[in-house]
Design a protein around this ligand. Structure first.
Ligand SMILES: CC(C)(COP(=O)(O)OP(=O)(O)OC[C@H]1O[C@@H](n2cnc3c(N)ncnc32)[C@H](O)[C@@H]1OP(=O)(O)O)[C@@H](O)C(=O)NCCC(=O)NCCS
Length: 176
């Protein structure tokens, strides 16, 4: 089993490696515009578009030395998709991103999944550090990073969001 192909279990969630077939169950959740306020990704117009996006993520960047992992978190109790978790793997570090669907927010799901994802990546790969970069105004994302044991760099970095200049915070979690 590769690092990106593994099922990851948390107390309430199973993180399933992304399949194109997930698009059917996830489209409505991914189509909520409020999710995209601080992330640079278009709202999917329809299910075929989401399937094409998933196919691209599964294929990966093709860049030498870079791997992409994507997981749909399924709440075991209801069987419903609760969110999407992503990791970009480099030789000595990984970057992660996280998204929890509306009805599952504010229940500790993101922190629970990010902790398990980090545990999995540190166990499976020879990386020293996991990073998460978030818009400095994205309070929810910042709380998740802190809750999952990340520490922010002192200085924000310049970035852009939806065409406007903005500032991002870079969070890092070192191997224990
Ligand atoms: C950010 C996001 C992942 C949070 O998911 P979540 O499952 O609701 O987060 P949790 O329930 O694990 O909450 C963790 C902490 O964040 C706080 N929090 C969550 N959403 C918040 C918000 N919108 N504003 C302020 N605090 C928030 C929680 O109260 C909790 O605080 P605590 O540590 O003091 O207990 C979710 O709102 C989301 O997917 N947003 C859209 C996509 C996005 O911006 N992703 C981040 C890009 S890297």
């Amino acid at each position: 089993m590769t690092a990106t192909g593994a099922l990851i279990q948390t107390p309430r969630l199973t993180l399933e490696p992304l399949r194109i077939a997930h698009a059917a169950a996830c489209f409505e959740a991914f189509a909520q515009p409020s999710l995209y306020r601080y992330i640079e990704m278009p709202v999917p117009a329809d299910e075929p578009e989401l399937r094409r996006r998933f196919a691209g993520w599964i294929k990966g960047s093709g860049r030498e030395g870079e791997g992409w992992g994507n997981w749909i978190a399924v709440e075991r109790r209801s069987g419903k998709p609760a969110g999407w978790f992503q990791a970009t793997l480099h030789s000595r570090h990984a970057d992660i991103a996280y998204l929890v669907f509306g009805e599952f927010q504010r229940r500790g799901m993101a922190v629970e999944a990010v902790q398990a994802l980090c545990g999995h990546l540190f166990a499976a790969l020879p990386i020293d550090e996991i990073r998460a970069q978030t818009d400095a105004r994205n309070d929810g994302s910042i709380r998740v990073a802190i809750g999952a044991g990340f520490v922010a760099d002192r200085e924000p970095v310049a970035s852009t969001l939806h065409g406007d200049p903005t500032r991002d915070l870079v969070f890092r979690k070192r191997r224990a």
